[in-house]
Ligand binder design. Structure first.
Ligand code: MSP
Length: 510
Protein backbone atom coordinates (compact mmCIF):
# COMPACT_ATOMS: atom_id res chain seq x y z
CA UNK A 1 0.00 0.00 0.00
CA UNK A 2 1.08 3.54 -0.69
CA UNK A 3 0.34 6.51 1.44
CA UNK A 4 -2.98 7.19 3.10
CA UNK A 5 -5.30 9.44 1.13
CA UNK A 6 -8.27 10.81 3.06
CA UNK A 7 -11.06 12.42 1.09
CA UNK A 8 -14.54 13.52 2.15
CA UNK A 9 -17.90 14.67 0.86
CA UNK A 10 -20.12 16.88 2.98
CA UNK A 11 -22.62 14.99 5.09
CA UNK A 12 -26.17 15.23 3.81
CA UNK A 13 -29.39 16.23 5.57
CA UNK A 14 -31.37 13.00 5.84
CA UNK A 15 -34.76 14.66 5.30
CA UNK A 16 -33.82 16.26 1.99
CA UNK A 17 -34.90 14.53 -1.19
CA UNK A 18 -31.66 13.59 -2.96
CA UNK A 19 -31.15 15.44 -6.24
CA UNK A 20 -28.46 15.53 -8.91
CA UNK A 21 -26.81 18.55 -7.22
CA UNK A 22 -26.12 16.54 -4.08
CA UNK A 23 -24.93 13.61 -6.13
CA UNK A 24 -22.54 15.86 -8.03
CA UNK A 25 -20.32 16.31 -4.97
CA UNK A 26 -20.32 12.58 -4.27
CA UNK A 27 -19.57 11.48 -7.82
CA UNK A 28 -16.66 13.91 -8.10
CA UNK A 29 -15.26 12.73 -4.78
CA UNK A 30 -15.64 9.13 -5.90
CA UNK A 31 -13.75 9.74 -9.15
CA UNK A 32 -10.86 11.18 -7.17
CA UNK A 33 -10.98 8.34 -4.63
CA UNK A 34 -10.91 5.70 -7.36
CA UNK A 35 -8.05 7.48 -9.11
CA UNK A 36 -6.00 7.40 -5.92
CA UNK A 37 -6.63 3.68 -5.53
CA UNK A 38 -5.18 3.28 -9.02
CA UNK A 39 -2.12 5.13 -7.80
CA UNK A 40 -1.78 2.59 -5.01
CA UNK A 41 -2.85 4.86 -2.16
CA UNK A 42 -4.71 3.57 0.85
CA UNK A 43 -7.89 5.57 0.31
CA UNK A 44 -10.21 6.58 3.14
CA UNK A 45 -13.39 7.99 1.69
CA UNK A 46 -15.92 9.42 4.11
CA UNK A 47 -19.54 10.38 3.56
CA UNK A 48 -22.63 10.31 5.74
CA UNK A 49 -25.62 12.19 7.10
CA UNK A 50 -25.95 15.39 9.12
CA UNK A 51 -28.75 14.55 11.50
CA UNK A 52 -29.04 17.20 14.19
CA UNK A 53 -30.34 20.76 14.29
CA UNK A 54 -33.45 22.84 14.17
CA UNK A 55 -34.28 21.97 10.57
CA UNK A 56 -34.37 18.27 11.41
CA UNK A 57 -36.30 18.76 14.63
CA UNK A 58 -38.92 20.80 12.80
CA UNK A 59 -39.23 18.29 9.99
CA UNK A 60 -39.75 15.51 12.53
CA UNK A 61 -42.34 17.57 14.38
CA UNK A 62 -44.24 18.17 11.17
CA UNK A 63 -44.51 14.42 10.73
CA UNK A 64 -45.36 14.00 14.37
CA UNK A 65 -42.47 11.63 15.02
CA UNK A 66 -39.60 11.61 17.42
CA UNK A 67 -36.46 13.05 15.73
CA UNK A 68 -34.41 9.93 16.35
CA UNK A 69 -36.99 7.72 14.70
CA UNK A 70 -37.31 10.24 11.92
CA UNK A 71 -33.59 10.27 11.08
CA UNK A 72 -33.38 6.49 11.38
CA UNK A 73 -36.11 6.22 8.79
CA UNK A 74 -34.71 8.82 6.41
CA UNK A 75 -30.99 8.10 6.53
CA UNK A 76 -31.04 4.81 4.56
CA UNK A 77 -32.45 6.56 1.47
CA UNK A 78 -29.09 8.24 1.01
CA UNK A 79 -27.09 5.05 1.23
CA UNK A 80 -29.32 3.61 -1.45
CA UNK A 81 -28.50 6.51 -3.77
CA UNK A 82 -24.76 6.16 -3.21
CA UNK A 83 -24.85 2.43 -3.80
CA UNK A 84 -26.68 2.86 -7.07
CA UNK A 85 -24.21 5.55 -8.17
CA UNK A 86 -21.24 3.26 -7.38
CA UNK A 87 -19.90 5.62 -4.72
CA UNK A 88 -17.07 3.66 -3.14
CA UNK A 89 -17.01 5.23 0.32
CA UNK A 90 -15.10 3.36 3.01
CA UNK A 91 -16.80 4.93 6.02
CA UNK A 92 -20.29 6.28 6.49
CA UNK A 93 -20.88 8.55 9.43
CA UNK A 94 -24.14 9.54 11.05
CA UNK A 95 -23.81 12.45 13.44
CA UNK A 96 -26.21 10.71 15.82
CA UNK A 97 -23.66 7.92 16.41
CA UNK A 98 -21.95 7.72 19.81
CA UNK A 99 -18.48 7.90 18.22
CA UNK A 100 -19.38 11.28 16.81
CA UNK A 101 -20.93 12.66 19.96
CA UNK A 102 -17.73 11.75 21.81
CA UNK A 103 -15.55 13.57 19.27
CA UNK A 104 -17.73 16.71 19.32
CA UNK A 105 -17.59 16.82 23.11
CA UNK A 106 -13.83 16.48 23.00
CA UNK A 107 -13.37 19.17 20.41
CA UNK A 108 -15.65 21.56 22.30
CA UNK A 109 -13.79 20.89 25.50
CA UNK A 110 -10.41 21.40 23.83
CA UNK A 111 -11.49 24.81 22.53
CA UNK A 112 -13.13 25.70 25.83
CA UNK A 113 -10.00 24.82 27.76
CA UNK A 114 -7.43 26.40 25.45
CA UNK A 115 -6.73 29.18 27.95
CA UNK A 116 -7.65 31.98 25.55
CA UNK A 117 -11.28 32.35 26.50
CA UNK A 118 -12.29 31.44 22.95
CA UNK A 119 -15.72 30.33 24.11
CA UNK A 120 -17.79 32.84 26.07
CA UNK A 121 -21.41 33.37 27.01
CA UNK A 122 -23.25 36.15 25.23
CA UNK A 123 -26.58 36.96 23.76
CA UNK A 124 -27.44 37.20 20.16
CA UNK A 125 -30.09 38.75 18.02
CA UNK A 126 -29.98 38.12 14.35
CA UNK A 127 -31.54 37.00 11.13
CA UNK A 128 -31.46 33.24 10.79
CA UNK A 129 -32.04 31.05 7.76
CA UNK A 130 -33.23 27.67 9.02
CA UNK A 131 -32.40 25.97 5.71
CA UNK A 132 -28.76 27.12 5.90
CA UNK A 133 -28.75 26.93 9.71
CA UNK A 134 -26.84 30.21 9.50
CA UNK A 135 -27.20 33.81 10.72
CA UNK A 136 -26.96 36.50 8.06
CA UNK A 137 -26.20 40.21 8.29
CA UNK A 138 -28.97 42.43 6.95
CA UNK A 139 -26.66 43.56 4.14
CA UNK A 140 -26.18 39.98 2.92
CA UNK A 141 -29.89 39.38 2.28
CA UNK A 142 -31.31 39.56 -1.20
CA UNK A 143 -34.69 41.32 -1.21
CA UNK A 144 -34.88 40.56 2.47
CA UNK A 145 -34.47 36.82 1.82
CA UNK A 146 -31.71 34.27 2.33
CA UNK A 147 -29.13 34.72 -0.47
CA UNK A 148 -28.87 30.95 -0.98
CA UNK A 149 -32.47 29.77 -0.58
CA UNK A 150 -34.38 32.91 -1.51
CA UNK A 151 -36.64 32.22 1.44
CA UNK A 152 -37.52 34.49 4.37
CA UNK A 153 -35.13 34.58 7.32
CA UNK A 154 -36.31 34.56 10.94
CA UNK A 155 -35.37 37.06 13.60
CA UNK A 156 -33.94 35.02 16.45
CA UNK A 157 -32.61 36.06 19.79
CA UNK A 158 -30.89 33.72 22.17
CA UNK A 159 -28.41 33.44 24.95
CA UNK A 160 -25.62 31.43 23.42
CA UNK A 161 -22.06 30.45 23.87
CA UNK A 162 -19.94 32.15 21.28
CA UNK A 163 -16.79 31.11 19.51
CA UNK A 164 -14.24 33.90 19.21
CA UNK A 165 -13.83 33.65 15.45
CA UNK A 166 -12.74 37.30 15.30
CA UNK A 167 -9.48 36.38 17.01
CA UNK A 168 -8.52 34.09 14.11
CA UNK A 169 -8.72 36.46 11.17
CA UNK A 170 -4.97 37.06 10.92
CA UNK A 171 -4.04 33.43 11.33
CA UNK A 172 -6.57 32.42 8.69
CA UNK A 173 -5.22 35.03 6.28
CA UNK A 174 -1.66 33.87 6.89
CA UNK A 175 -2.70 30.29 6.36
CA UNK A 176 -4.33 30.92 2.99
CA UNK A 177 -1.58 33.23 1.84
CA UNK A 178 1.10 30.71 2.71
CA UNK A 179 -0.80 27.66 1.48
CA UNK A 180 -2.39 28.60 -1.79
CA UNK A 181 -3.26 24.96 -2.33
CA UNK A 182 -5.38 24.89 0.85
CA UNK A 183 -8.39 26.44 -0.84
CA UNK A 184 -9.36 25.92 -4.47
CA UNK A 185 -10.31 27.01 -7.03
CA UNK A 186 -8.70 30.43 -6.91
CA UNK A 187 -11.97 32.30 -7.29
CA UNK A 188 -13.20 30.74 -4.02
CA UNK A 189 -9.92 31.54 -2.28
CA UNK A 190 -10.29 35.18 -3.27
CA UNK A 191 -13.86 35.19 -2.05
CA UNK A 192 -12.81 33.82 1.32
CA UNK A 193 -9.85 36.18 1.61
CA UNK A 194 -12.10 39.17 1.09
CA UNK A 195 -14.63 37.79 3.53
CA UNK A 196 -11.91 37.50 6.17
CA UNK A 197 -10.48 40.92 5.37
CA UNK A 198 -13.97 42.38 5.69
CA UNK A 199 -13.92 41.37 9.35
CA UNK A 200 -15.05 38.20 11.06
CA UNK A 201 -17.77 38.13 13.67
CA UNK A 202 -17.83 35.64 16.49
CA UNK A 203 -20.47 33.00 15.93
CA UNK A 204 -22.69 31.24 18.39
CA UNK A 205 -21.92 27.59 18.94
CA UNK A 206 -24.92 26.66 21.05
CA UNK A 207 -28.68 26.93 21.06
CA UNK A 208 -31.22 26.73 23.84
CA UNK A 209 -34.37 27.00 21.75
CA UNK A 210 -34.51 23.30 20.89
CA UNK A 211 -32.93 20.12 22.14
CA UNK A 212 -32.15 17.89 19.16
CA UNK A 213 -28.39 17.76 19.27
CA UNK A 214 -25.33 17.29 21.42
CA UNK A 215 -25.36 19.04 24.84
CA UNK A 216 -22.34 21.19 25.69
CA UNK A 217 -20.22 19.27 28.18
CA UNK A 218 -19.91 22.19 30.59
CA UNK A 219 -23.50 23.44 30.30
CA UNK A 220 -25.89 20.76 29.06
CA UNK A 221 -28.90 23.09 28.78
CA UNK A 222 -27.13 24.29 25.65
CA UNK A 223 -27.19 22.21 22.49
CA UNK A 224 -24.21 22.35 20.15
CA UNK A 225 -24.81 24.43 17.03
CA UNK A 226 -25.39 22.07 14.14
CA UNK A 227 -22.50 23.31 11.99
CA UNK A 228 -20.01 22.96 14.83
CA UNK A 229 -21.38 19.45 15.29
CA UNK A 230 -21.45 18.54 11.59
CA UNK A 231 -17.99 19.84 10.64
CA UNK A 232 -16.46 17.74 13.37
CA UNK A 233 -17.49 14.59 11.48
CA UNK A 234 -14.31 14.81 9.44
CA UNK A 235 -12.13 14.22 12.50
CA UNK A 236 -14.52 11.83 14.24
CA UNK A 237 -14.06 9.36 11.42
CA UNK A 238 -10.29 9.81 11.55
CA UNK A 239 -10.28 8.71 15.18
CA UNK A 240 -9.98 12.09 16.90
CA UNK A 241 -9.90 11.54 20.63
CA UNK A 242 -10.53 7.81 20.33
CA UNK A 243 -7.78 6.26 18.22
CA UNK A 244 -4.56 8.29 18.20
CA UNK A 245 -2.78 5.93 15.82
CA UNK A 246 -5.51 6.11 13.25
CA UNK A 247 -5.69 9.86 13.66
CA UNK A 248 -1.97 10.18 13.10
CA UNK A 249 -2.27 8.19 9.86
CA UNK A 250 -5.41 9.81 8.49
CA UNK A 251 -5.40 13.40 9.62
CA UNK A 252 -5.05 15.99 8.13
CA UNK A 253 -7.53 15.08 5.41
CA UNK A 254 -6.18 15.46 1.90
CA UNK A 255 -9.31 17.08 0.48
CA UNK A 256 -12.74 18.13 1.66
CA UNK A 257 -14.93 18.38 -1.43
CA UNK A 258 -17.86 20.73 -1.00
CA UNK A 259 -20.14 22.91 -3.11
CA UNK A 260 -19.62 26.65 -3.04
CA UNK A 261 -22.76 27.21 -0.94
CA UNK A 262 -21.00 25.87 2.15
CA UNK A 263 -17.68 27.59 1.63
CA UNK A 264 -17.80 29.92 4.62
CA UNK A 265 -18.41 27.08 7.05
CA UNK A 266 -15.59 24.97 5.60
CA UNK A 267 -13.02 27.62 4.81
CA UNK A 268 -13.52 29.97 7.77
CA UNK A 269 -15.35 28.32 10.67
CA UNK A 270 -13.77 24.89 10.39
CA UNK A 271 -10.09 25.88 10.22
CA UNK A 272 -10.60 28.40 13.04
CA UNK A 273 -12.23 25.73 15.20
CA UNK A 274 -9.30 23.42 14.57
CA UNK A 275 -6.75 26.16 15.28
CA UNK A 276 -8.51 26.89 18.56
CA UNK A 277 -8.36 23.22 19.51
CA UNK A 278 -4.73 22.81 18.43
CA UNK A 279 -5.58 20.37 15.64
CA UNK A 280 -3.92 20.49 12.22
CA UNK A 281 -5.91 21.94 9.35
CA UNK A 282 -7.12 19.92 6.35
CA UNK A 283 -4.69 20.06 3.45
CA UNK A 284 -7.27 21.30 1.02
CA UNK A 285 -10.86 22.41 0.66
CA UNK A 286 -12.13 22.29 -2.91
CA UNK A 287 -15.44 24.05 -3.58
CA UNK A 288 -17.13 23.12 -6.84
CA UNK A 289 -19.87 25.12 -8.55
CA UNK A 290 -23.61 24.70 -8.72
CA UNK A 291 -25.49 22.46 -11.01
CA UNK A 292 -28.21 24.46 -12.69
CA UNK A 293 -31.39 23.30 -14.35
CA UNK A 294 -32.98 25.76 -16.74
CA UNK A 295 -30.44 28.36 -15.56
CA UNK A 296 -31.46 28.07 -11.90
CA UNK A 297 -30.05 26.30 -8.88
CA UNK A 298 -32.12 23.25 -8.22
CA UNK A 299 -34.53 23.46 -5.40
CA UNK A 300 -37.44 21.54 -4.02
CA UNK A 301 -39.54 24.67 -3.71
CA UNK A 302 -39.04 25.66 -7.33
CA UNK A 303 -39.69 22.11 -8.48
CA UNK A 304 -36.45 21.91 -10.39
CA UNK A 305 -35.04 19.08 -8.29
CA UNK A 306 -34.20 16.01 -10.37
CA UNK A 307 -33.65 12.74 -8.53
CA UNK A 308 -30.51 10.92 -9.74
CA UNK A 309 -32.51 7.75 -10.40
CA UNK A 310 -34.63 9.53 -13.00
CA UNK A 311 -31.49 9.76 -15.13
CA UNK A 312 -29.78 6.55 -14.06
CA UNK A 313 -32.86 4.53 -15.01
CA UNK A 314 -32.62 5.83 -18.55
CA UNK A 315 -28.91 6.30 -19.19
CA UNK A 316 -27.29 3.89 -16.76
CA UNK A 317 -24.95 4.75 -13.94
CA UNK A 318 -21.75 5.03 -15.98
CA UNK A 319 -23.26 7.48 -18.42
CA UNK A 320 -24.67 9.45 -15.50
CA UNK A 321 -21.27 9.80 -13.86
CA UNK A 322 -19.54 10.49 -17.16
CA UNK A 323 -21.96 13.21 -18.18
CA UNK A 324 -21.67 15.34 -15.07
CA UNK A 325 -17.91 15.02 -14.80
CA UNK A 326 -17.28 15.69 -18.49
CA UNK A 327 -19.93 18.25 -19.33
CA UNK A 328 -19.59 20.56 -16.31
CA UNK A 329 -16.12 22.09 -15.88
CA UNK A 330 -15.28 20.92 -12.39
CA UNK A 331 -15.09 24.04 -10.24
CA UNK A 332 -17.50 26.09 -12.32
CA UNK A 333 -21.30 26.20 -12.46
CA UNK A 334 -22.84 24.04 -15.13
CA UNK A 335 -26.16 23.01 -16.53
CA UNK A 336 -28.02 19.83 -16.92
CA UNK A 337 -30.27 19.27 -19.88
CA UNK A 338 -31.70 16.05 -21.23
CA UNK A 339 -30.55 16.95 -24.77
CA UNK A 340 -26.96 17.59 -23.71
CA UNK A 341 -26.88 14.28 -21.88
CA UNK A 342 -28.32 12.47 -24.87
CA UNK A 343 -25.70 14.06 -27.16
CA UNK A 344 -22.81 13.07 -24.89
CA UNK A 345 -24.20 9.58 -24.55
CA UNK A 346 -24.37 9.05 -28.28
CA UNK A 347 -21.15 10.79 -29.26
CA UNK A 348 -18.73 9.87 -26.49
CA UNK A 349 -20.11 6.64 -25.10
CA UNK A 350 -22.18 4.69 -27.65
CA UNK A 351 -20.27 5.82 -30.77
CA UNK A 352 -17.02 6.51 -28.93
CA UNK A 353 -15.82 3.99 -26.40
CA UNK A 354 -18.70 1.56 -26.95
CA UNK A 355 -18.21 1.35 -30.68
CA UNK A 356 -14.44 1.05 -30.38
CA UNK A 357 -14.80 -1.88 -28.01
CA UNK A 358 -17.44 -3.68 -30.04
CA UNK A 359 -15.55 -3.30 -33.31
CA UNK A 360 -12.23 -4.54 -31.93
CA UNK A 361 -13.76 -7.43 -30.00
CA UNK A 362 -15.96 -8.47 -32.93
CA UNK A 363 -12.99 -8.55 -35.32
CA UNK A 364 -10.83 -10.45 -32.84
CA UNK A 365 -13.67 -12.97 -32.70
CA UNK A 366 -14.09 -13.26 -36.47
CA UNK A 367 -10.45 -13.22 -37.54
CA UNK A 368 -8.56 -14.72 -34.58
CA UNK A 369 -11.16 -16.79 -32.82
CA UNK A 370 -11.14 -14.29 -29.96
CA UNK A 371 -7.47 -14.80 -29.18
CA UNK A 372 -5.23 -11.71 -28.99
CA UNK A 373 -2.59 -12.19 -31.75
CA UNK A 374 1.02 -11.25 -31.23
CA UNK A 375 0.96 -8.00 -33.13
CA UNK A 376 3.46 -6.23 -30.93
CA UNK A 377 6.22 -5.86 -33.56
CA UNK A 378 4.17 -3.58 -35.80
CA UNK A 379 3.51 -0.83 -33.34
CA UNK A 380 1.93 2.37 -34.56
CA UNK A 381 3.97 5.27 -33.19
CA UNK A 382 1.24 7.79 -33.64
CA UNK A 383 -1.30 5.77 -31.63
CA UNK A 384 1.22 4.78 -28.97
CA UNK A 385 2.46 8.37 -28.75
CA UNK A 386 -1.08 9.66 -28.24
CA UNK A 387 -1.68 7.16 -25.48
CA UNK A 388 1.55 8.12 -23.75
CA UNK A 389 0.90 11.84 -23.78
CA UNK A 390 -2.80 11.61 -22.98
CA UNK A 391 -2.38 9.17 -20.10
CA UNK A 392 0.33 11.39 -18.63
CA UNK A 393 -2.01 14.37 -19.07
CA UNK A 394 -4.79 12.38 -17.37
CA UNK A 395 -2.62 11.77 -14.33
CA UNK A 396 -1.31 15.34 -14.17
CA UNK A 397 -4.82 16.72 -14.35
CA UNK A 398 -6.19 14.31 -11.76
CA UNK A 399 -3.40 15.24 -9.36
CA UNK A 400 -4.58 18.84 -9.71
CA UNK A 401 -8.24 17.78 -9.33
CA UNK A 402 -8.93 19.00 -12.84
CA UNK A 403 -11.39 16.17 -13.35
CA UNK A 404 -13.02 17.46 -16.53
CA UNK A 405 -9.89 17.84 -18.69
CA UNK A 406 -8.51 14.62 -17.19
CA UNK A 407 -11.48 12.71 -18.55
CA UNK A 408 -11.17 14.66 -21.79
CA UNK A 409 -7.64 13.31 -22.15
CA UNK A 410 -8.89 9.73 -21.87
CA UNK A 411 -11.54 10.33 -24.49
CA UNK A 412 -8.89 11.84 -26.79
CA UNK A 413 -7.46 8.34 -26.83
CA UNK A 414 -10.88 6.91 -27.71
CA UNK A 415 -11.14 9.31 -30.67
CA UNK A 416 -7.59 8.60 -31.84
CA UNK A 417 -8.13 4.84 -31.64
CA UNK A 418 -11.32 5.09 -33.69
CA UNK A 419 -9.43 7.16 -36.29
CA UNK A 420 -6.64 4.60 -36.27
CA UNK A 421 -9.10 1.83 -37.12
CA UNK A 422 -10.55 3.85 -39.97
CA UNK A 423 -7.01 4.57 -41.23
CA UNK A 424 -5.88 0.95 -41.07
CA UNK A 425 -9.23 -0.54 -42.14
CA UNK A 426 -8.64 -4.00 -40.63
CA UNK A 427 -11.89 -5.23 -42.24
CA UNK A 428 -10.13 -4.78 -45.58
CA UNK A 429 -6.85 -6.28 -44.42
CA UNK A 430 -8.85 -9.35 -43.40
CA UNK A 431 -9.66 -10.03 -47.04
CA UNK A 432 -5.99 -10.13 -48.01
CA UNK A 433 -4.18 -13.34 -46.94
CA UNK A 434 -0.81 -11.56 -47.31
CA UNK A 435 -1.81 -8.89 -44.78
CA UNK A 436 -2.21 -11.31 -41.86
CA UNK A 437 0.69 -9.76 -39.90
CA UNK A 438 -0.60 -6.26 -40.39
CA UNK A 439 -4.06 -7.36 -39.34
CA UNK A 440 -2.57 -8.92 -36.22
CA UNK A 441 -0.73 -5.65 -35.54
CA UNK A 442 -3.87 -3.56 -35.86
CA UNK A 443 -6.02 -5.80 -33.69
CA UNK A 444 -3.34 -6.17 -31.05
CA UNK A 445 -3.17 -2.38 -30.97
CA UNK A 446 -6.95 -2.15 -30.72
CA UNK A 447 -7.15 -4.60 -27.83
CA UNK A 448 -4.16 -3.06 -26.06
CA UNK A 449 -5.73 0.38 -26.37
CA UNK A 450 -8.94 -1.01 -24.86
CA UNK A 451 -6.97 -2.44 -21.94
CA UNK A 452 -5.40 0.92 -21.20
CA UNK A 453 -8.72 2.71 -21.67
CA UNK A 454 -10.45 0.38 -19.21
CA UNK A 455 -7.89 1.34 -16.59
CA UNK A 456 -7.97 5.08 -17.29
CA UNK A 457 -11.77 5.23 -17.52
CA UNK A 458 -12.35 3.15 -14.41
CA UNK A 459 -12.54 6.11 -11.99
CA UNK A 460 -15.36 7.74 -13.94
CA UNK A 461 -17.15 4.75 -15.49
CA UNK A 462 -16.29 1.90 -13.12
CA UNK A 463 -19.07 -0.45 -14.25
CA UNK A 464 -18.38 -0.14 -17.96
CA UNK A 465 -14.62 -0.45 -17.31
CA UNK A 466 -15.21 -3.66 -15.37
CA UNK A 467 -17.38 -5.12 -18.16
CA UNK A 468 -14.78 -4.20 -20.75
CA UNK A 469 -12.05 -5.79 -18.63
CA UNK A 470 -14.08 -8.94 -18.41
CA UNK A 471 -14.60 -9.00 -22.20
CA UNK A 472 -10.88 -8.58 -22.71
CA UNK A 473 -10.36 -11.68 -20.57
CA UNK A 474 -7.36 -10.35 -18.67
CA UNK A 475 -6.66 -12.58 -15.69
CA UNK A 476 -5.23 -10.01 -13.28
CA UNK A 477 -8.19 -8.09 -11.80
CA UNK A 478 -8.89 -4.50 -12.80
CA UNK A 479 -8.70 -3.41 -9.14
CA UNK A 480 -5.12 -4.67 -9.01
CA UNK A 481 -3.96 -2.34 -11.81
CA UNK A 482 -1.68 0.52 -10.82
CA UNK A 483 -0.81 3.72 -12.60
CA UNK A 484 1.43 4.69 -14.29
CA UNK A 485 2.61 1.10 -15.05
CA UNK A 486 -0.80 -0.09 -16.23
CA UNK A 487 -0.87 2.59 -18.92
CA UNK A 488 2.44 1.50 -20.46
CA UNK A 489 2.11 0.06 -23.95
CA UNK A 490 2.55 -3.69 -24.40
CA UNK A 491 1.02 -4.97 -21.18
CA UNK A 492 -1.58 -7.16 -22.90
CA UNK A 493 -0.32 -10.71 -23.30
CA UNK A 494 -0.78 -12.29 -26.74
CA UNK A 495 -2.98 -15.35 -26.39
CA UNK A 496 -5.44 -13.62 -24.04
CA UNK A 497 -8.93 -14.92 -24.80
CA UNK A 498 -11.41 -12.15 -25.46
CA UNK A 499 -15.18 -12.38 -25.84
CA UNK A 500 -17.59 -10.00 -27.47
CA UNK A 501 -20.14 -9.43 -24.73
CA UNK A 502 -23.03 -7.04 -24.37
CA UNK A 503 -22.59 -3.52 -25.76
CA UNK A 504 -20.97 -1.27 -23.15
CA UNK A 505 -23.38 1.55 -23.97
CA UNK A 506 -26.44 0.24 -25.81
CA UNK A 507 -28.33 2.56 -28.15
CA UNK A 508 -31.12 4.40 -26.42
CA UNK A 509 -34.59 4.92 -27.77
CA UNK A 510 -34.71 8.70 -27.37
N1 MSP B 1 -25.35 19.15 5.76
C1 MSP B 1 -24.62 20.20 5.15
C2 MSP B 1 -23.14 19.87 5.02
C3 MSP B 1 -22.44 19.59 6.31
S1 MSP B 1 -20.78 19.15 6.01
C4 MSP B 1 -20.05 19.24 7.49
C5 MSP B 1 -25.17 20.46 3.75
N2 MSP B 1 -25.82 19.47 3.16
S2 MSP B 1 -26.54 19.58 1.74
O1 MSP B 1 -27.21 18.32 1.57
O2 MSP B 1 -27.33 20.74 1.66
O3 MSP B 1 -25.43 19.72 0.67
C6 MSP B 1 -24.56 18.64 0.42
C7 MSP B 1 -23.73 18.89 -0.82
O4 MSP B 1 -24.57 18.98 -1.97
C8 MSP B 1 -22.94 20.19 -0.77
O5 MSP B 1 -21.63 19.98 -1.24
C9 MSP B 1 -23.69 21.08 -1.70
O6 MSP B 1 -22.86 22.04 -2.28
C10 MSP B 1 -24.14 20.08 -2.74
N3 MSP B 1 -25.22 20.61 -3.54
C11 MSP B 1 -26.53 20.78 -3.19
N4 MSP B 1 -27.16 21.36 -4.24
C12 MSP B 1 -26.29 21.59 -5.26
C13 MSP B 1 -26.42 21.97 -6.59
N5 MSP B 1 -27.54 22.38 -7.13
N6 MSP B 1 -25.31 21.88 -7.37
C14 MSP B 1 -24.14 21.35 -6.92
N7 MSP B 1 -24.01 20.96 -5.67
C15 MSP B 1 -24.98 21.31 -4.74
O7 MSP B 1 -24.94 21.53 3.23
Amino acid sequence: MGTAYYVTTPIYYPNDVPHIGHAYTSVATDVVARYHRLRGDEVHFLTGTDEHGLKLQRAAEERGVDPRRFVDEMAPRWREVWQRLDISFTDYIRTTEPRHEAAVVRLLQAVHDNGRDDIYLGSYQGLYCVSCELYYAESELVDGNCPIHGRPVERMSEENYFFRLSAYADRLLDHYQQHLEALEPEIRRNEVLSLIKGGLQDFSISRTSFDWGIPLPWDPKHITYVWFDALTNYITAAGYGSDPERFERMWPADVHFIGKDILRQHAVYWPAMLMAAGVELPRKVFAHGFLLVGGEKMSKTRLTGIHPFELVDHFGVDAYRYFFMREVQFGQDGSFSWEAMMDRYNADLANGLGNLASRVLAMLGSYFDGEVPDGRPSRDESLVGTIETRSTAFMDQMERLAITPAIGAVWDVVAEANRYLVREAPWELARDPDARDRLAGVLYAGAETLRILAVLASPVTPGAAARLWEQLGISSPLEAQRLPEAAAWGGLAPGTRTTKGEALFPRLSS
